[in-house]
Design a protein around this ligand. Sequence first.
Ligand code: 2P0
Length: 351
Amino acid sequence: MAVYQATTSAPVNIACIKYWGKRDTKLILPTNSSLSVTLDQDHLRSTTTSRADPSFSKDRLWLNGKEEEIKEGGRTATCIKEMKSLRKQVEDANPNEPKLSTYPVHICSRNNFPTAAGLASSAAGFAALVSSLAALYALPASPSQLSLISRQGSGSACRSLFGGFVAWEMGTAADGSDSYAVEVAPQSHWPEIHALICVVSDDKKGTSSTAGMQRTVETSPLLQHRIKHVVPERMKAIKEAILAKDFDTFAKITMQDSNQFHAVALDTDPPIFYMNDVSRAIIALIVEYNRLSVENGGKVKAAYTYDAGPNAVIYTPKENLKEIIPLILKYFPQAEKYNDHLGLFGTASVD
Ligand code: 2P0
């Protein structure tokens, strides 16, 4: 008897223009567009196997070896339902296709990085889930079409369906049909850019992104200013900087947007703090490193960015890593273990 099974993987992405706020919490429609870099690292991926079989009694999911309940009407259930309905269209168009859309699925997903490390595990996880079902069902869908579905698993997951530099265009339609990810430039366009990940703390974060951003939407006047008057210009400018390989502008916008995201978190009532003293000390180090370069007639050499946690991601052209890694190790001597940069984008641990 035929076995219907597929395995795919999806990488982590780290935003330069941050997604923070939903205008529709069910469909996961954002209050602003965002832009990220997908980390091209074998070490930072979710790998998912999906199998459809008529003998299964129901859809089931295992994350890192542990079974998780698929809640009715929840995000995972929504993604599976949407993928089955795309499969149904294929079957309706071709009656010879096996009726996989009617079979329950078993989905098994594993991250090869610590889930609690504050790296966007839900982004890689939902992107891998959707892409493995797309492979299982042999769907003729494009990454942007699939991103409409992974978005409903976790907003940032829509961006992990592409490599390189990726925009999530917020869209305006009430049904979410124009809120999807698009490629700005492939990784091969600007391969010099590396991401250095400094794991300041691998504690689980205090306020989840989902709850935190809704509190910001409800209480922060600064968020309203950001979504109307700041992000649209920044999206345009950073796309131009990426296409022109203008690191100076890319870095300035990335740092400004990280700062403003943490400012809107602080502007939330009650306030949300994601960075800690070590995070702020790394900012000071990068600011000083850039200041010395610019004062000597050079350019901005590195950009820090922080998500909903204390860990730093430093974007820099590869040539600067040989200066930055020793600098971090000098000022944060507890940082004894770090992975040297492997592949195109590097990781380091400062803990
Ligand atoms: C981002 N973050 O653009 C921003 C920056 C965190 C800070 O996307 O509720 O886990 O699942 O849509 O995708 C985190 O938000 O939230 C996030 P949900 P998600 O990467």
